[in-house]
Design a protein around this ligand. Structure first.
Ligand SMILES: Nc1nc2c(ncn2[C@@H]2O[C@H](COP(=O)(O)OP(=O)(O)OP(=O)(O)O)[C@@H](O)[C@H]2O)c(=O)[nH]1
Ligand SMILES: [Mg+2]
Length: 251
């Protein structure tokens, strides 16, 4: 079993990519299941095979603990750790090859509280990866791009599992914009040059220092442009996951 966690800022396209990639895997005769770990979500673009809402519903937590929507969401995600053995059992019964896990909308709930890392270590064995979605709206300018990569690094730091960086919703970008972002990801000097040209003062200094760290760490590595809406880039995503999972096994 290979577990993959779709993680990214709110609205970055996690649920839609979970849906599209699960379909893509099934179309290639690979048995994939979807798991929704967002107890607060109302509508999903797929029917999850395993659903956190079967165990915990935000509305019930609001009523039972007299909490507002934000407090109830935090409590719900924390409470999910108590149900993880049941969720794991459900997954194991289905015996899938690939487990696609859609994480809560607010990334900080999953990544920065203890629930996320606890869930990841309870569910996964050795075969797991996170798929970090870079939102193209944030990544269009170098300031946003560096910030969103920093968030990605902090997710990697929290989970300590292999992480693939994807440029999500890439169909929303003009070809020129897309190539600009991909150019930044491929060539550290291109981004450094842009920052050097466009920024000044403390921001320039800080950006170049951060960039130096990212470069030293080799992040984001191969940034994969995907479009869940157009089913583009999913074969590239699969290929890189295969490299992580099976050392290059092909279908
Ligand atoms: N054009 C385009 N829109 C997309 C794509 N993927 C998702 N969207 C849209 O982006 C919005 C957010 O997508 P979701 O998949 O719900 O994103 P999410 O990260 O799961 O959102 P939350 O869980 O609410 O944080 C929706 O309106 C989607 O239809 C894509 O590949 N292309
Ligand atoms: Mg979602």
């Amino acid at each position: 079993m290979f577990f993959m966690y779709f993680i990214g800022t709110a609205g970055s396209g996690k649920s839609t990519l979970t849906a599209s990639f699960a379909e893509w895997l099934k179309d290639h005769e690979l048995d994939a299941i979807t798991v929704n770990l967002d107890p607060g979500v109302r509508i999903l673009p797929y029917t999850p095979d395993v659903d956190a809402r079967d165990y915990i519903k935000v509305e019930d937590v609001m009523l039972n603990f007299d909490l507002g929507p934000n407090g109830a969401l935090i409590a719900s995600v924390d409470m999910l750790t108590g149900k993880i053995d049941k969720i794991k059992e459900e997954i194991e019964e289905l015996k899938p090859g690939y487990v696609l896990i859609d994480t809560p909308g607010q990334m900080e709930l999953f990544a920065y509280r203890s629930a996320g890392p606890l869930i990841v270590s309870a569910l996964g064995g050795e075969n797991q990866a996170s798929i970090y979605l870079v939102d193209p709206i944030l990544a269009k300018n170098p300031y946003g791009y560096v910030s969103v990569l920093l968030l990605g690094i902090s997710v990697e730091y929290r989970f300590q599992i292999p992480q693939v960086y994807v440029l999500s919703k890439s169909d929303l970008l003009e070809e020129k914009e897309k190539q600009k972002i991909l150019g930044w990801s491929e060539d550290f000097y291109k981004l450094a040059e842009t920052i050097d040209r466009e920024f000044s003062g403390l921001r320039r200094e800080m950006s170049l220092k951060i960039l130096g760290i990212l470069n030293e760490m080799g992040r984001p590595g191969e940034l994969i442009p995907v479009s869940a809406a157009r089913n583009e880039g999913l074969d590239d995503l699969y290929a890189i996951l295969q490299r992580i999972y099976a050392g290059g096994e092909d279908f």
